[in-house]
Design a binder for this molecule. Structure first.
Ligand code: N1C
Length: 296
């Protein structure tokens, strides 16, 4: 009888833990620290940990830096780029020294650019395991998803952990804008061979937007002597009407720009992998359920 009770208890605990773990993995990860609009707590430690991790544990195949990266030096350059400056007046070239010090990590044919598709592009490159976004390289990985801004208080560390201005604030030039301007320009310059760009075809303001980092800093910095082809992948978001297809609207503009630059291009608006990845995230979505007559 005692043994039976223990067995029942073990099964119940197993079921509860299983469900809890499943729920945890489905939920968006959150911070255990009080919510704040300031710099991410322990940003320095996270930065250093990621810098080491990307060399020690999860290095990009065939893209290791020639010598071990001095992560402390990179942190100092990243920190000094904005520390003690007015958080709303960060010049666009603030990260110049930081960019110059980060090793180049984009092997030929591996660059994946994106605009409006951050919610799927990383799952796509992970599933394909053959393309790299900026966030997969050291330059973008160390601060991916983090928040940071400067403090002018001379008694502080130079960063503000209480509050940061938002990037859309009128007349405010924030650190992340300077950071993505510099890093986007750098990976645009570094790309060689075939490049891929993933755009959202269901956006009403256009898949290829003039005000995007891709349009302003990545595409213009691609060198036609080094880039041999541009593959455009359009994402049709589940349940949303398709606004543009290959050869129409702003996609046609990008195709023309590739041509004018002397770079060949291809375009696909029905990429199967994109469809399956979206369905794996939302398997019961109407668009993903195969009608019974197709299954027969
Ligand atoms: O303006 P976007 O798209 O065209 O920028 C995306 C483009 C990518 O190819 C990346 O290489 O520029 C690079 N990039 C990032 O890697 C990045 N990570 C997070 C640009 N912006 C990035 N962010 C944040 O997303 C940033 O704060 C900026 O405001 C948005 C831009 O995303 P978008 O409009 O979808």
């Amino acid at each position: 009888m005692k043994l039976l009770n223990i067995l029942v208890l073990l099964v119940l605990v197993g079921l509860c833990c299983g469900q809890y773990m499943e729920r945890l993995s489905r939920r968006k990860r959150e911070s255990c620290f009080p919510e704040s609009t300031g710099t991410t707590p322990f940003i320095k430690e996270i930065f250093l940990g990621r810098c080491l991790e990307l060399q020690v544990e999860t290095a990009i195949p065939n893209a290791c830096p020639q010598r071990p990266v001095n992560c402390m030096r990179l942190w100092k350059l990243f920190h000094d780029a904005i520390a003690y400056k007015d958080p709303c007046a960060i010049p666009l070239d603030a990260y110049r020294d930081f960019i110059a010090a980060v090793p180049h990590q984009l092997p030929a044919d591996k660059s994946m650019f994106w605009s409006g598709t951050s919610y799927i592009v990383h799952e796509y490159t992970e599933a394909a395991n053959d393309l790299l976004t900026l966030e997969d390289t050291l330059m973008g990985y160390m601060v991916d998803g983090l928040q940071w801004c400067s403090s002018t208080n001379p008694w502080s560390t130079g960063l503000n952990y209480w509050e940061c201005p938002e990037f859309w604030q009128e007349g405010c030039e924030v650190a992340s804008t300077a950071f993505y301007t510099a890093t986007s320009s750098a990976i645009g310059r570094q790309a060689t061979g075939v490049v891929t760009v993933m755009l959202d075809a269901t956006r009403t303001d256009g898949a290829y937007r003039n005000d995007s980092f891709f349009a302003n800093y990545e595409f213009p910095n691609m060198d036609p002597e080094k880039v041999t082809r541009g593959d455009i992948i359009l994402v049709n978001r589940l349940g949303k009407p398709v606004v543009e297809t290959c050869g129409t609207g702003s996609v046609a503009v990008l195709e023309r720009l590739f041509k004018e630059k002397g770079i060949e291009w291809t375009c696909t608006d029905s990429d199967e992998r994109v469809f399956h990845i979206q369905c794996s995230k939302d398997p019961t979505h109407d668009d993903c359920i195969t009608p019974p007559d197709v299954m027969e």
